[in-house]
Design a protein around this ligand. Sequence first.
Ligand SMILES: Cc1cc2nc3c(=O)[nH]c(=O)nc-3n(C[C@H](O)[C@H](O)[C@H](O)COP(=O)(O)OP(=O)(O)OC[C@H]3O[C@@H](n4cnc5c(N)ncnc54)[C@H](O)[C@@H]3O)c2cc1C
Length: 343
Amino acid sequence: MSRDVCVIGAGVVGLASAVNILEHIPDVRVTIIADKFSPNTTADGAAGVWMLYNLGNTPEYLQRRWAETTFHHLETLLKTEESSIAGVTALPMFGISDDPMKQEHWSKIVYGYKQVPTGEMVKLFPYAQRKFGTFHITLLCECRMYLPWLMRRFKERGGKLINERILEFQELTGRYDVIVNCTGVDARLLVADNSVQPIRGQLKRVTAPWIKHAVFDFTSQCYIIPCADNIVLGGTTQHGDWNKKPNEDDSEKILQNAHAIYPSLKNATIEHDWVGLRPGRPSVRLETEIRKVGGKEAKIVHNYGHGGSGITLHWGCAQDTTALVAELLGEKVNFRKQPPSKL
Ligand SMILES: Cc1cc2nc3c(=O)[nH]c(=O)nc-3n(C[C@H](O)[C@H](O)[C@H](O)COP(=O)(O)OP(=O)(O)OC[C@H]3O[C@@H](n4cnc5c(N)ncnc54)[C@H](O)[C@@H]3O)c2cc1C
């Protein structure tokens, strides 16, 4: 039986799916077809914090399973000397808010999750004046480094690339046995899935090397995230907005919110603004569809709609995608069991 698989999409979701398929299904040939590659995908501009955000009604048990698999994959990478090339590092993070913060369902996956007493909050964040807070250590996966690293892994194992925009699945039937659809927000067009909506995110990169930990303010939706070369200040969460140009009002608001947490950021050097469109959907779509196109049968595995968490979920979703592709090819795959969550 022939085993030609194509993955549409070279973002973090598509690339991880392609690598997993290639590494786990015997004798398979994998081609990625995409009109954008790193450094022009959504994850290239994102900070890359392991954090669950904008996932609609995606069931919690699935969020947790995919996120935990991804955490362990990144944690494994962190223990190797490759981590500096792949852009993976540990990141201390505060969540702060005016409202009491409940224990998150993912709190046992990260390191040292705890509520911060109000007395300490006042000392740690004297300007923001938030009463409630949490602290934990999470992982940061900087995709402008991680995607080239994954791409090398894909090519070393014989993966092929085509730079092209696909207008209809019909272009691919007859050429590939299985089509994997990882088109992010553009799935709205290719699949005609009107439930996919952009969630516009504008952010700013600045130089401020004195900031050593991340802060996410749930009251203002402001975030401050130290990356390898600069700090990400965010952000916006604008549902249904397709505008990919940074705008002045958002930029000003981002600065104001960040200065309200750390006034020292007024001394930061501004690098640039960036906008990305999170692939919003009522729920992540990860399933098989057999579609009749142009009188032929297309076997499709969809993997899109990861909202503000594509980096956090990518490896777990890639493994489930691989299992579905294997099933369509009459195979079974076994992924090594992950270590249990920390207690
Ligand atoms: C401001 C901002 C901050 C974020 N921060 C984080 C964070 O800290 N942590 C986190 O986990 N997530 C974060 N995210 C979300 C994350 O970036 C996305 O969920 C993720 O990048 C989506 O990846 P994707 O591969 O599905 O889509 P994309 O990166 O958009 O890739 C889609 C791919 O499909 C291709 N494509 C689409 N249609 C076609 C077609 N018809 N033919 C050929 N190719 C096609 C494109 O060329 C591209 O290669 C953030 C997003 C934004 C905007």
